[in-house]
Design a protein around this ligand. Sequence first.
Ligand code: NAG
Ligand code: NAG
Ligand code: NAG
Ligand code: NAG
Ligand code: NAG
Ligand code: NAG
Length: 239
Amino acid sequence: MAMSKSSLAFLVLAFAFFLCFIMSTGSYDYFQFVQQWPPTNCKVRIKQPCSNPRPLQYFTIHGLWPSNYSNPRMPSNCTGSQFEWRKLYPHMRSKLKISWPDVESGNDTKFWEGEWNKHGTCSVEKLNQMQYFERSHAMWRSYNITEILKNASILPSATQTWTYSDIVSPIQKATKRTPLLRCKSLPQPKSQAKSQPKRQARSQLLHEVVLCFDYNALVHIDCNRTAGCWNNVDIKFPP
Ligand SMILES: *[C@@H]1O[C@H](CO)[C@@H](O)[C@H](O)[C@H]1NC(C)=O
Ligand SMILES: *[C@@H]1O[C@H](CO)[C@@H](O)[C@H](O)[C@H]1NC(C)=O
Ligand SMILES: *[C@@H]1O[C@H](CO)[C@@H](O)[C@H](O)[C@H]1NC(C)=O
Ligand SMILES: *[C@@H]1O[C@H](CO)[C@@H](O)[C@H](O)[C@H]1NC(C)=O
Ligand SMILES: *[C@@H]1O[C@H](CO)[C@@H](O)[C@H](O)[C@H]1NC(C)=O
Ligand SMILES: *[C@@H]1O[C@H](CO)[C@@H](O)[C@H](O)[C@H]1NC(C)=O
């Protein structure tokens, strides 16, 4: 009896260690560098409106996400040192306020903290907190999506619509790598949703452009994850 109790205890302990191991290993295959279009962030938040919307007319950073090819949800919330404000020197903070603002509630620090704790902690084997933010800012400067789209005459418009490839092609051409787009659906007013066939009622807004990078966050590579936009539904790029 004592024997089986202790072996049970051992099993429980071993399992606990196993879980800890799974959750703490911040291993990943590659990075997704995600830029977002701020006007879309708040346009789609009808039920819980943004408390301090900043509809900036340029792509800003959402995050740099260590990612796994076989498990799209992983890794996240790895153990390891949590965000420390003092580790971002003031010069860097003022740069991030432009490239990586919180466009929904206005608390930039809280946004950086959330992204570091959820994603940054999973790539700490390669990038410490300072490097994580520096690298992200450098990527933002090097890959100016706003300018790439502007050069291709894809400008914010309340009425014009685009296909997925209309938007992807110029980015692919300018960066020589395949990006990924993510869209958000616009909630329809009830009256419209009822009178229109379901298919037509659907519409989507361009929300994010994802560029992929290798394990070291240095080499730009093709993204090959499934697009985050509906097939065959026009895309709006709203001002
Ligand atoms: C990706 O996730 C799978 C399943 O969770 C895991 O077995 C694998 O080790 C992960 N790959 C990397 C490089 O972390
Ligand atoms: C990670 O933590 C964030 C913030 O606490 C939470 O929203 C998210 O669901 C967590 N993700 C996972 C996979 O546990
Ligand atoms: C912003 O977020 C930080 C980090 O979560 C927090 O310490 C600070 O109090 C917040 N500031 C405001 C004005 O809410
Ligand atoms: C990106 O391009 C836009 C449009 O040309 C320009 O206004 C902006 O200053 C550029 N941003 C950076 C970081 O170079
Ligand atoms: C946009 O076009 C301008 C003018 O032709 C060019 O100088 C610039 O390099 C282009 N920018 C991008 C990101 O392709
Ligand atoms: C994406 O590319 C990686 C690396 O080449 C590969 O391991 C993975 O299977 C590919 N995934 C898909 C969905 O094609």
